[in-house]
Design a protein around this ligand. Structure first.
Ligand SMILES: Nc1ncnc2c1ncn2[C@@H]1O[C@H](COP(=O)(O)OP(=O)(O)OP(=O)(O)O)[C@@H](O)[C@H]1O
Ligand SMILES: N[C@@H](CCO)C(=O)O
Length: 321
């Protein structure tokens, strides 16, 4: 569930009086998601999403995130568009948290990923990369390679309680990944989503109807975003890699933006790094989520299986690049 902060009826009505989005007729908290508190608002003008930003989101980054979503929407990407109040501001505060209203997107995220989802996701990711070209403000990736060793250090004392030998295995994996990581200018860079998991992609009638949750977005290698999607979309629940999904995802991506030879060559280490990033944040959350918190913790070991797969892969041809 993700409603960490309750909003009273009175506080919400006072907040909405700052906007021209009609009269509130209903609202409810959304159970899904783990990072922020989300509410659906129904007004006489339509449906909207109200987000109260919690935990990992640094308030100083919010203008960049909201600016990116607005810029992507201006370029025709179907993503939440921040709604400004009458004073022109989209970012304000509610119940002691930074808060913003965005447009509501129709569609449903796929609970059972199938190969048919993967080409449309690849194409949507490439469309995001192209749509982000004119948004030139940069945001460093706070969960990039420089963050991994400190994150592992902060989990080291308890890592082996999750799986025996985990700490040493991650040390060895990091020691292989970090020196092989591409230099800053080695690959095309731009605005990336950095968390395009199935629960952030809505579908309607077999087509992508919207991309949500831009609160890990940052400026990084475009191919790293593909590597994140390979991890998130191209493995079975039991951890088995599904090559048909990877081929479809890459082929879909390349209908919009062809990959360079350097991006193809880098895909193996980028995929291993992406697995490391999600393994470490899941491990951190696993060890630090207080008992009784109303949040479903995600299993870090799902990503250990992926990491092992990428490290054992002969080369990037396994992904169909
Ligand atoms: N613009 C939107 N339109 C329609 N539904 C939305 C929109 N934004 C969020 N939602 C709904 O809220 C749910 C949670 O949103 P989101 O994934 O952004 O949560 P989160 O807690 O911020 O992030 P995370 O996925 O990282 O846990 C989504 O699954 C979806 O049901
Ligand atoms: N998508 C992330 C969680 C939210 O950022 C994960 O699956 O670990």
């Amino acid at each position: 569930m993700a409603v960490y902060t309750d909003v009273s009826d009175g506080a919400l009505r006072a907040f909405l009086s700052l906007y021209d989005i009609g009269e509130l007729t209903a609202y409810r908290g959304i159970a899904e998601g783990v990072e922020n508190s989300n509410f659906v608002l129904r007004t006489t003008d339509g449906d909207f999403i109200l987000t109260l930003y919690e935990r990992r989101v640094n308030p100083a980054d919010l203008p960049w995130f909201l600016g990116l979503m607005g810029a992507l929407a201006d370029h025709g990407l179907s993503c939440p568009r921040p709604v400004a109040g009458r004073d022109g501001d989209a970012l304000r505060s509610l119940a002691g948290r930074p808060a913003a209203i965005t447009t509501f997107l129709p569609g449903v995220w796929p609970r059972d990923v199938r190969v048919e989802h993967c080409a449309p996701v690849g194409a949507a990711l490439a469309a995001l990369h192209v749509a982000g070209r004119d948004y030139t403000a940069e945001r460093a990736n706070g969960l990039g390679p420089a963050a991994w060793a400190p994150l592992l250090d902060s989990c080291r004392a308890d890592a082996d309680s999750v799986s025996p030998g985990l700490g040493a295995e991650l040390d060895a994996a990091l020691a292989a990944i970090l020196p092989a990581w591409p230099g800053a200018d080695a690959l095309p860079r731009g605005q990336i989503h950095a968390d395009l998991f199935p629960d952030n992609v809505f579908f309607l009638e077999g087509r992508v109807s919207g991309l949500i949750d831009f609160y890990f977005a940052c400026t990084d290698f475009l191919a790293y975003d593909i590597a994140i999607c390979l991890n998130a979309w191209c493995f079975e629940e039991d951890g088995a890699f599904v090559p048909e999904r990877a081929r479809a995802l890459i082929a879909g991506y390349e209908t919009v933006r062809p990959l360079s030879p350097a991006e193809r060559r880098a895909m193996k280490v980028l995929a291993a790094g992406a697995a490391m990033r999600f393994l470490l944040t899941r491990l951190y959350d696993w060890l630090n989520t207080p008992p009784g918190a109303m949040v479903t913790r995600k299993d870090p070991l799902d990503y250990l299986r992926r990491l092992r797969f990428h490290r054992a892969a002969e080369d990037a041809s396994v992904y169909g690049v």
